[in-house]
Design a protein around this ligand. Structure first.
Ligand code: TYC
Length: 113
């Protein structure tokens, strides 16, 4: 049985072969950064806070002492800015170290804007 021919005449009139080109911005969005904050309290010894800052944030003694004093005087300070994963690790390390030494030191993270 012969095949029926399909011609342009059979094609719906409003069909359009042109491509739709949508301009897209090249997306090179950097992942958000997180501030790690140390909070003041009345009980954690100053030397312990200095040790924490040296051990987990790679600060030298003078830098660590200065940040500890800022926290002591102002209530809190940013001790570093990191990726989400690194910030989470730092917070966990500080909280675990403080808990093991039975100090109430608090460390938190906050998304940077
Ligand atoms: N305020 C504490 C004291 O007088 C010292 C301290 C500093 C505690 C910083 C916590 O994050 C802190 N012993």
């Amino acid at each position: 049985m012969p095949q029926a021919q399909i011609t342009m005449a059979d094609r719906p009139q409003d069909e359009d072969d042109s491509f739709i080109l949508t301009a897209t911005k090249p997306k090179t969005k950097r992942p958000p950064l997180y501030k790690v904050l140390l909070l003041n309290d009345d009980f954690t010894p100053m030397e312990f806070v200095v040790l924490v800052l040296e051990r987990f944030f790679g600060l030298n003694h003078a830098q660590a002492f200065e940040i500890m004093l800022t926290v002591h005087q102002k209530g809190l300070a940013v001790v570093g800015v990191f990726s989400h994963e690194i910030a989470e690790t730092k917070v966990a390390q500080v909280m675990d170290f403080a808990r093991r030494h039975q100090h109430p030191l608090q460390c938190t993270m906050e998304r940077e804007d």
